[in-house]
Write a protein that binds this ligand. Structure first.
Ligand code: URA
Length: 234
């Protein structure tokens, strides 16, 4: 990369202003003042301006992963289990999961190196909705569905308004769609279990306006510019 571009992308100044800084002898590369504009630098070179080392900011990357069961949502697992990171191929940036899905939960997981976005999306005050498809034991009664809406006591807190739609009922099981606006530990499982319905399968299918559509299990895609803007605006 040319020196003036290196300075500009690191946020020191515009490309033109960076050229002026170079010509004025204010920029050092590996300890030497460089005044030639075309000078090429790489990540291994030490560039200094005003006596300070100029660091390149990491490119921001936003991934939507369709997580399979059997992967832990962490960057590294002490017990050496497979983590969601093992599913991201060809991405050199260090990414972090936005929120968490249980070991046995499948579905939509966002990963990014944009700390501001992670903060916004996971902050309770933004109340981004999360939609889960759950396969559970038994059938929900109307009263139980109302309890989902009005709040359920779990551990030492009462859940905020949630929604439960029955999709299908089999003899002893049901498929339901559950929408929550919080992200407490194992929340969906605990809500269902509070009413005596064990969760047999759980999949997150939507986060706010963003859906899992078109991404196969175990695969990922980059978020579109529109999706990134949407998440930044929540
Ligand atoms: N609720 C749960 O119980 N588990 C998850 O993985 C996500 C939400």
């Amino acid at each position: 990369m040319r020196l003036q571009k290196f300075l500009a992308t690191a946020g020191i100044a515009s490309r033109r202003k960076s050229e002026e800084l170079i010509l004025a002898g204010k920029v050092k590369v590996n300890g030497e003042i460089i005044t030639e504009l075309g000078t090429k630098v790489s990540e291994d070179d030490v560039v200094e301006y005003n006596g300070k080392i100029v660091e390149q900011e990491d490119k921001k990357v936003y991934i939507l992963l369709n997580k399979p069961k059997g992967y832990v949502t962490t960057v590294k697992d002490e017990k050496k289990r497979k983590t969601v990171m093992h599913l991201l191929h060809g991405i050199k940036e260090r990414l972090y999961p936005v929120g968490r899905l249980d070991f046995t939960t499948e579905g939509l997981l966002i990963l990014t190196n944009d700390g501001d976005l992670t903060y916004r999306v996971t902050h309770p005050k933004h109340e981004l909705s999360k939609v889960y498809k759950a396969f559970v034991k038994g059938h929900f009664t109307l009263d139980e569905i109302r309890q989902f809406e009005s709040g359920l006591k779990i551990d030492d807190y009462v859940t905020s308004e949630a929604k439960l739609d029955v999709i299908r009922e089999n003899a002893n099981t049901s498929t339901v769609e559950i929408t929550i606006h919080e992200g407490k530990n194992r929340q969906v499982r605990k809500m269902c279990e509070a009413l005596g319905h064990r969760v047999l399968e759980l999949e997150r299918i939507q986060l706010g306006d963003i859906t899992l559509d078109g991404v196969e299990r175990g695969k990922f895609r980059h978020l579109t510019d529109e999706e990134i803007e949407y998440l930044k605006g929540v």
